[in-house]
Design a protein around this ligand. Structure first.
Ligand code: ADP
Ligand code: MG
Length: 413
């Protein structure tokens, strides 16, 4: 057998394989389907509430809330798309702007995002927030456009910046002939406590609650999405009900159900199977959990990564380490890296944060007459933690050195 023949055979195999997916993007979280099962009532109510704005009249601002994956963003996007098309066919000057406050991240970026979608040219930095707001107001005054602003995941904005911007936005109408509508969406209901009562009453002239989906509702949702995403006959009978049941056992999150289904399809594809079976779903759960842990590690600040590395190195081969021992490994690593070491107090605070995130765990063990000692070790599988940490180039040299010599940390340095 030569290489060329190998490759040829491999290619033939790939090409003859019936593909699992027809259109994988139909399972993406930002895909908006033409039909959203089990949200007829919410969609109808929302259309009733916001249609006056499309007609150029004063409607009610509306606040939507419910846990993640209950279809809030999808329903609002779906409705605004439909209303825009309708408005266009009637020749109405209607426009909407959408900001995901978590992704936009600051008051300034939220405003730039809203304004840019109106067609305004706004720099990404450099202006005062008040100036950007003023430009948006002037535009709305002049253009006399019928407009709706959507502030999605608004709880994140309030956590980071308070409710000043929301206050300003609720006052815009005082200066406009054509009323502006505001839709706010939150995954977290407690955010209302952090709002000034005037802002709250203005934003929540109407309120809509999105309840978590039940397992059988999730089954319908998955069924309708899977017919767009998968080729016919590739899903084993039990796959959709299993994904639905697993997602419903947490809080009826359609996003989680869809991502389980997507990853299960990818697992089948990678294994070269023609059918997605329940085993693929079980592998998918593990894959998703692993990806979440790696993402968690990837986004840690450098000091926390170094502490995690010190714990990893100290608890290698099942040895137990106290926080004092870990602190000394940590200091060795920082000095090797040329990074300033934190005080023991700050180090302990970061250890606590790592414990809360679930990446590490502490265990108190009785040492007989020496009393009780608290040991700390890595809680996620070690290869995952190693993979997560090794993605940081700053840690490469030290990790190389540690695993190269494969000796306890203290003697390595
Ligand atoms: P939320 O904004 O409440 O966190 P999303 O609207 O982003 O949730 O929904 C998460 C995912 O689930 C998206 O991919 C969305 O298209 C899908 N989804 C939610 N509800 C439905 C539904 N009723 N029918 C079809 N897909 C849905
Ligand atoms: Mg959302």
């Amino acid at each position: 057998m030569n290489n060329e023949k190998n490759i040829e055979e491999y290619m033939d195999n790939l090409l003859s394989r019936k593909s699992i997916f027809k259109n994988k993007s139909a399972l993406n979280p930002d895909f908006i389907p033409d039909y959203l099962p089990h949200r007829d009532k919410e969609i109808r109510e929302l259309v009733e509430i916001i249609t006056p704005f499309v007609l150029g009249n004063k409607g009610s601002n509306v606040l939507l809330y419910g846990k993640t994956g209950t279809g809030k963003t999808a329903c609002v996007r779906f409705i605004l798309k439909a209303l825009s098309n309708k408005a266009k066919s009637h020749g109405f000057n209607f426009s909407f702007s959408f900001s995901n406050c978590r992704m936009d991240g600051s008051e300034y970026r939220v405003l730039v995002s809203l304004g840019s979608q109106l067609g305004l040219k706004l720099p990404f930095t450099g202006l005062a927030t008040a100036e950007v707001l003023q430009r948006i107001v002037s535009f709305l005054q002049k253009a006399e456009v019928r407009c709706i602003f959507v502030l999605d995941e608004v709880d994140c904005l309030i956590k980071s910046s308070g409710d000043d911007l929301l206050y300003e936005l609720t006052r815009i109408n005082e200066n406009l002939k054509v009323p502006l509508g505001i839709i706010t969406i939150s995954n977290d209901i407690s955010f209302k406590e952090h709002l000034d009562p005037r802002v709250l009453s203005s934003l929540s002239e109407e309120e809509l609650i999105f309840k978590p989906y039940t397992s059988s509702q999730l089954t319908d949702i998955l069924q309708s999405r899977s017919s767009l995403a998968f080729n016919e006959g590739v899903l084993d009978k039990g796959v959709i009900p299993l994904c639905a049941a697993l997602a419903a056992s947490e809080h009826g999150d359609a996003r989680r159900a869809l991502s389980l289904l997507r990853v299960a399809g990818e697992v089948a594809e990678r294994k070269g199977l023609h059918i997605v079976d329940e085993e693929c779903v079980r592998t998918a759960i593990k894959r998703i959990e692993e990806d979440q842990s790696i993402e968690l590690i990837r986004t840690l600040p450098l000091q926390s990564k170094i502490i995690l590395l010190a714990i990893l190195a100290s608890s290698k081969d099942g040895t137990k380490a106290t926080s004092g021992e870990i602190f000394s490994s940590y200091k060795n690593i920082t000095s090797f890296m040329g990074v300033e070491a934190l005080t023991y107090r700050r180090f302990s605070m970061l250890i606590n944060e790592l414990e809360i995130s679930g990446l590490i765990e502490g265990k108190v063990i009785s040492q007989g007459r020496y009393g009780r000692t608290r040991f700390i070790r890595v809680a996620s599988p070690q290869d995952l933690v190693t993979r997560g940490l090794s993605e940081d180039l700053l840690l490469h040299d030290i990790m190389d050195k540690l695993s190269l010599l494969n000796l306890p940390l203290e003697s390595n340095l």
